[in-house]
Design a protein around this ligand. Structure first.
Ligand SMILES: Cc1ncc(COP(=O)(O)O)c(C=O)c1O
Length: 395
């Protein structure tokens, strides 16, 4: 029998999905599990968004439609990026995709030749290295270390640039650390990109989930308009994970390549959901800011409580909805600890190595869950912590 393509041996899955599968198995055996593993808001779109979807269906908007997205939505996204990020992009620079992840995949496919080096954050979203490998590229991690408050270190990145480096992936606010890159960091990364003729893939999927200050896109720095692709979507900021709606904002010269890949894969994004997305962007009821206020409450409670668990140490994230907890002082590995938490305590979270080798001593918890659930999760972990109390380093 013919073997699979060789890329299948180098691509990797996602730890979150594996933990979720085991958690569901335990639940089917009658166990109570608190799900803090998936990166999914526990909110749903506001009623006007669902109404807009139904209206679009009633109006027969269920056909093949424009490859890059319906003009009304591309106009709305351009306006939204202007209003929320101060960007001046043309609707013609926007290509819709079924999810931010596919937008990322196809942007990388459009740009990566075998042997091209791709700089990406470690820990980071697992797709960055997996997709690079699948395309024959060379993933080159740069570390987000606790010492540096999980900010990228431009000096480290500069030292890793070679004549084969083509892409620098940034992700602010970042998964899994919640770091918002400082203005100085972004400025220096932009300067490196100009100096070495790099393309920046700026994953801005968490741009609206920010606990202080205003979001600044990598595209706003000098020289960045012609070399930045923004990857974003509706999954996190509008609680629309299952709708599969994402988009790329690209320099005009790259847009035809993205459209070509869309033609060769998904043809277009579901027409009716695009009309509903326009309503989500309008957000007259302020659903997104209200969701962020609620996440902020949970963030404050959860980070405070996690730091009470012996051997756990966690900085408050500035964005996204993850607690990135250093667990090295428990004397256990993140894998052992995650297993005990899931199997004995009924709390599902992800060992940090799922986000890259630099995540080895960490565990990621999502706090997109009710304050009652988060409180109960900490109580359960505290009870289970007897298993590592004797080995924990006391500070
Ligand atoms: C950093 C990052 N980028 C992209 C995605 C993918 O988003 P989508 O669900 O729209 O494909 C995620 C989802 O977890 C993410 O955390």
């Amino acid at each position: 029998m013919q073997p699979l393509a060789s890329r299948m041996a180098v691509m990797t899955g996602e730890g979150a999905l594996a933990v979720n599968a085991r958690a569901r198995e335990l639940e089917s055996q009658g166990r109570s599990i608190i799900h803090l593993e998936l990166g999914e808001p526990d909110f749903h779109p506001a009623p006007p968004v669902n109404d807009a979807l139904k209206r679009a269906l009633d109006e027969g908007k269920d056909r093949y439609c424009a490859v890059a997205g319906v003009p009304a939505l591309r106009d709305a996204i351009a306006r939204y990026l202007h209003d929320t990020r101060g960007l001046n992009v043309s609707p013609d620079q926007i290509v819709l995709a079924p999810g931010c992840k596919l937008a990322l995949f196809l942007a990388m496919m459009a740009l990566t030749d075998p042997g091209d080096e791709v700089l990406y954050p470690d820990p980071g979203f697992p797709g960055y290295s997996s997709i690079t490998l699948g395309l024959g590229g060379v993933p080159v991690p740069f570390e987000l270390s606790e010492r540096n408050r999980f900010q990228p270190d431009p000096d480290e990145i500069a030292a890793k640039i070679t004549p084969r480096t083509k892409i620098l992936i940034t992700n602010s606010p970042g998964n899994p650390t919640g770091t918002v890159y400082t203005d100085d960091t972004q400025r220096r990364l932009a300067e490196l990109a100009v100096e070495h003729d790099l393309i920046i893939l700026s994953d801005e999927i968490y741009a609206r989930i920010l606990y202080q200050g205003n979001f600044v896109s990598m595209m706003s720095y000098p020289g960045m308009e012609e070399r930045t692709l923004i990857l974003d979507g509706f999954s996190k900021s509008f609680a629309m994970t299952g709708w599969r709606l994402g988009y790329t904002v690209a320099p005009a010269r790259i847009v035809p390549a993205l459209a070509m890949l869309a033609i060769n894969s998904y043809t277009c994004v579901a027409e009716f959901s695009q009309y509903a997305a326009i309503e989500a962007l309008r957000d007259p009821g302020g659903a997104t800011p209200r969701m962020v206020v609620e996440f902020d409450k949970r963030r404050q409670q959860f980070i405070r409580d996690l730091n009470r668990i012996p051997g756990f140490r966690c900085q408050a994230p500035e964005g996204a909805f993850y607690a990135w907890v250093h667990i090295g002082d428990t004397g256990m590995t993140a894998e052992e600890l995650s297993r005990i938490m899931l199997e004995d305590a009924g709390v599902a979270a992800i060992p940090g190595a799922a986000f890259g080798p630099a995540g080895r001593d960490f565990i990621r918890f999502s706090f997109a869950s009710s304050t009652a659930n988060l409180h109960e999760a900490v109580e359960r972990i505290l009870r289970a912590s007897a298993a590592w109390q004797s080995t924990a380093v006391v500070r």
